[in-house]
Write a protein that binds this ligand. Structure first.
Ligand code: HEM
Length: 114
């Protein structure tokens, strides 16, 4: 069975970019321990698109879905949900992203340095 790639595509207003990256810098770090988790990258747009990509790769669709329904996912989105940012005297509660869209892929080929 091929791995699956799930990319959360975030439309972020220019004035919220720093805040989004700050939230990811302080992310929970829960996803690393999720069963079937293989890879994560936060990709900042440079050319071709102005949307941030949250790239993740999973052993299977089921593993990804289990993670999205887990406490780890909820904790991993505390700032996005406005929980952690409130009452701390910094940051703003609520989403930094204006819009989120999920893209799904199957890995057909993959390689690294020879
Ligand atoms: C409305 C939908 C979503 C928004 C606005 C959003 C935004 C965010 C933000 C701002 C963070 C930084 C950490 C925090 O908020 O505390 C985060 C973490 C993360 N997001 Fe999302 N996200 C959404 C859904 C998803 C989905 C569907 C995926 C699947 C690819 C995903 C993957 C991740 C991962 C892997 C992290 C790091 C979690 C960790 O460190 O454990 N997000 N997201």
């Amino acid at each position: 069975m091929p791995s699956v790639v799930k990319i959360n595509v975030l439309t972020v207003p220019v004035e919220m970019r720093q805040e989004l990256e700050r939230r990811f810098a302080g992310r929970a770090g829960m996803v690393e321990s999720a069963d079937g988790f293989e890879w994560f990258e936060l990709l900042r747009p440079v050319a071709g698109s102005d949307r941030y990509l949250v790239y993740t790769r999973w052993r299977s669709e089921e593993d990804f879905e289990r993670w999205t329904q887990s406490q780890g996912f909820r904790k991993g989105h505390a700032q996005a949900a406005g929980e952690a940012a409130q009452g701390h005297g910094h940051g703003h509660g609520g989403p930094a992203a204006g819009e989120a869209e999920l893209w799904s892929f199957e890995v057909v080929q993959s390689t690294g340095p020879a």
